[in-house]
Design a protein around this ligand. Structure first.
Ligand code: ATP
Length: 524
C-alpha cells in the first residue's frame, strides 16, 4: 500500500480542497484500505498507482509552493489593495463562479473571454495569459498588475481579480462592449462633434488621473490596429526618455481620426510614418524641435523637407477648437503638447463643464444651448479663458486667441485649388464619409486610394534613408520587429486600448470613455 506519499497528500487535500485528482485519489485509496487486496478489487491497483504517482508529484510541488503561498498571504496582509489577487484553489473552483460565453480577443500575451459572473450576473472580460506563472511574485510584479491594481477611476477599465490556478494567470476585467474602432468602422457619416467631445473628455480625464499618479499608457489606439499610427515622433526616433506626452500625441491622432474617420498618420513603415507626419504637420525645424533633429542625427536619419498642410483641410467639418486641439496635441516637441489636465481646459471641452444656471448667459438664443452660447460669447469678447496655459507656451498661440484666426484660415484653405485640398475636401463630404480601415484589415495599397498624400521624390529618399549606425536602444516594451529606420528597434508592441461605449451624453455621469490600460508605463 502506498501509505507514505498518500499520508502526505492527504495533508494537502485539506490545504487545497479543490484539486480534484487529489480528492479522487483519496477516495480510491480509502477503498483499497477498507477492502484489503481482495482479488475482485485488484483492478483498482494500477489506477491507484497512477493516482498515487500524481499525488506524489503534487505533494512535492506543494512543498515548493508552500513558501510562495505564505509570502502571498503576507503580501496581502501588508498590501490591502492586493485583495483582488486570488489563488484559484483558495477560491474554491473559480471557474464555477463564471460562465465563459465566448472568446472576444486574442492578444500577444493572452486570450480574452467574455464571461458572466454566475452570482451577480455581471459581464466580465477574462484574460487568460499565454505564459505560465510559477509563482505569485512573478504575477504581482507584472506591470499590468502593478499599475492597474492601483487605478481606480471611472474612465479606466477596472481590474477586478487576478487569479492564478495551475500556474495559469487570469485577469478579470470589467467588460467593455465596444471600442472606438468598432464605432468607426461601419460609420456611414461623420460623428457629431458633441459625441467626440464627450468621449475624448472622458478619456482625457482617465489620462489625467493616470498621469498624475506617475503612469502613462503609451499604447493608446482605437483597437487592434497598427500602433505605429499613434506613436509619438520621439518614440519613433528612439529617444531614451519619453514621457506621458506620448499619450497626448496619440490622443491628437485619435481625435483627428474621430473627426474625419480617417487615420491622420497612416504610415506603412516607421520611415513612412515619419514621412506622413512631416507631410501633415510640416518637417521639424530647429525652432520647433531641436531635440528631435539631434535624435534623428544620432540614428543618422534625415527628415524629409515638407511644408505640411493645414489640419483644417483634413477635417473640414471640424470646429476651429477641435482642429486647434489636434494641432496642439500633435506638436513635434513633447513640451509643446498640453498635459491631459491642460487639454481638459481647452475650449474644445468648454461645453463639457457644468455652468450653474445663474452664471449662464441671459441672451442664449437660437439653436445654441446655453453652454455653447456662453462659450461663443467668451470667444467674441476675445477672452482667452486659460491664459496661464497660453502664456506658458512661447511658440504656441493661446487656445482662445487662435480661434478666429483658424476659422479664417480654414475657409481660405478649403477654397485653395491644390491637389491635396481637392482630394482631401472632396473625400470628406459628410454623406460619403466612411472609415478607412487599418492595413491589417485592408491592404495599404488599397487604403492609399482613399488617403492621398502628396508624393514627392523625398518619399523614396526617406525610405532609403534607413541607414545603419544607430545604437540599439532598449524599448519600454519587448517584442516586435526590426526597425526600418536602421537600428534594431523593438517596436512598442500593441498592448492596450481605448474603449468607450456608444450612446452616452452626460460625460460626468456615464462611463463610455475607458482606458484599457494593459500597457501602463511608469513615468520617468
Ligand atoms: N475589458 C475588455 N472588454 C472587452 N474586450 C476586451 C477587454 N480586454 C480586451 N478585450 C478584447 O481582447 C482583445 C485582446 O486584448 P489584450 O489586452 O489581450 O491584448 P491587446 O492589448 O489587444 O494585444 P497585445 O497584447 O497584442 O498588445 C482586445 O483586442 C479586445 O478586443
Amino acid at each position: 500500500m502506498p501509505i507514505g506519499p498518500l499520508t502526505l497528500s492527504y495533508g494537502f487535500v485539506i490545504a487545497f480542497p479543490d484539486i480534484r485528482y487529489i480528492k479522487l485519489s483519496f477516495a480510491v485509496d480509502l477503498l483499497l484500505l477498507r477492502h484489503g487486496t481482495r482479488s475482485h478489487l485488484l483492478w483498482l491497483l494500477p489506477l491507484s498507482g497512477f493516482l498515487t504517482a500524481r499525488s506524489t508529484r503534487f505533494a512535492v510541488s506543494c512543498a515548493f509552493r508552500l513558501p510562495c503561498w505564505l509570502c502571498r498571504h503576507l503580501h496581502l496582509m501588508f498590501c490591502p489593495s492586493s485583495a483582488i489577487f486570488m489563488e484559484g484553489a483558495s477560491q474554491g473552483r473559480w471557474r464555477g463562479r463564471y460562465n465563459l460565453i465566448k472568446e472576444v480577443g486574442d492578444g500577444t500575451f493572452g486570450n480574452v473571454w467574455r464571461a458572466v459572473n454566475k452570482l451577480t450576473g455581471e459581464v466580465v472580460a477574462i484574460k487568460k495569459m499565454k505564459k505560465k506563472y510559477y509563482s505569485w511574485e512573478e504575477c504581482i510584479n507584472l506591470r499590468e498588475v502593478k499599475s492597474l491594481s492601483r487605478m481606480n477611476h471611472p474612465n479606466i477599465v477596472k481590474l477586478k481579480e487576478v487569479i492564478r490556478e495551475n500556474d495559469i494567470l487570469y485577469f478579470v476585467f470589467e467588460y467593455m462592449e465596444c471600442n472606438l474602432y468598432q464605432l468607426m468602422k461601419d460609420r456611414p457619416k461623420l460623428f457629431a462633434e458633441s459625441d467626440i467631445r464627450n468621449w475624448c473628455f472622458q478619456v482625457f480625464q482617465g489620462l489625467c488621473y493616470m498621469h498624475q499618479r506617475g503612469y502613462f499608457h503609451r499604447d493608446l489606439k482605437p483597437e487592434y490596429v497598427s500602433t505605429r499610427w499613434y506613436r509619438a515622433p520621439e518614440v519613433l526616433l528612439r529617444s531614451y526618455v519619453y514621457t506621458s506626452k506620448v499619450d497626448m500625441w496619440a490622443m491628437g491622432a485619435i481625435l483627428a481620426e474621430l473627426l474625419s474617420l480617417r487615420p491622420l498618420f497612416p504610415g506603412a513603415s516607421e520611415a513612412d510614418e515619419i514621412y506622413k507626419i512631416c507631410s501633415v504637420i510640416g518637417s521639424p525645424t530647429e525652432e520647433t524641435w531641436l531635440k528631435g533633429l539631434n535624435l534623428a542625427s544620432v540614428i543618422n536619419y534625415q527628415f524629409p523637407q515638407l511644408p505640411g498642410v493645414h489640419l483644417s483641410n483634413l477635417m473640414p467639418y471640424a470646429s476651429a477648437e477641435a482642429v486647434n486641439l489636434v494641432e496642439r496635441l500633435c506638436s513635434w516637441d513633447p513640451s509643446n503638447r498640453p498635459t491631459a489636465a491642460e487639454a481638459l481646459q481647452h475650449p474644445f471641452f468648454h461645453s463639457c463643464y457644468y455652468v450653474p444656471p445663474s452664471l449662464r448667459s441671459k441672451q442664449s438664443v437660437g439653436q445654441r444651448g446655453p453652454l455653447e452660447h456662453q462659450q461663443q460669447s467668451l470667444k467674441t469678447n476675445n477672452k482667452a479663458p486659460f491664459n496661464s496655459y497660453a502664456t506658458s507656451k512661447v511658440n504656441a498661440p493661446p487656445f482662445g486667441a487662435c480661434q478666429t484666426q483658424r476659422k479664417l484660415e480654414m475657409s481660405n484653405k478649403i477654397n485653395q485649388d491644390t491637389t491635396w485640398n481637392k482630394k482631401a475636401v472632396g473625400s470628406y463630404h459628410v454623406r460619403d464619409a466612411r472609415y478607412i480601415p487599418p492595413p491589417g484589415r485592408k491592404s495599404p495599397s488599397s487604403m492609399n486610394k482613399n488617403w492621398v498624400f502628396p508624393r514627392g521624390p523625398s518619399e523614396t529618399a526617406v525610405a532609403n534613408a534607413a541607414v545603419g549606425g544607430g545604437r540599439w536602444r532598449p524599448a519600454m516594451k519587448a517584442g516586435g520587429t526590426r526597425s526600418d529606420l536602421g537600428t534594431s528597434l523593438r517596436e512598442v508592441a500593441p498592448g492596450s486600448f481605448l474603449r468607450e461605449r456608444p450612446g452616452c451624453v452626460a460625460p460626468k455621469t456615464s462611463l463610455p470613455g475607458r482606458l484599457l490600460a494593459s500597457d501602463l508605463a511608469v513615468s520617468l
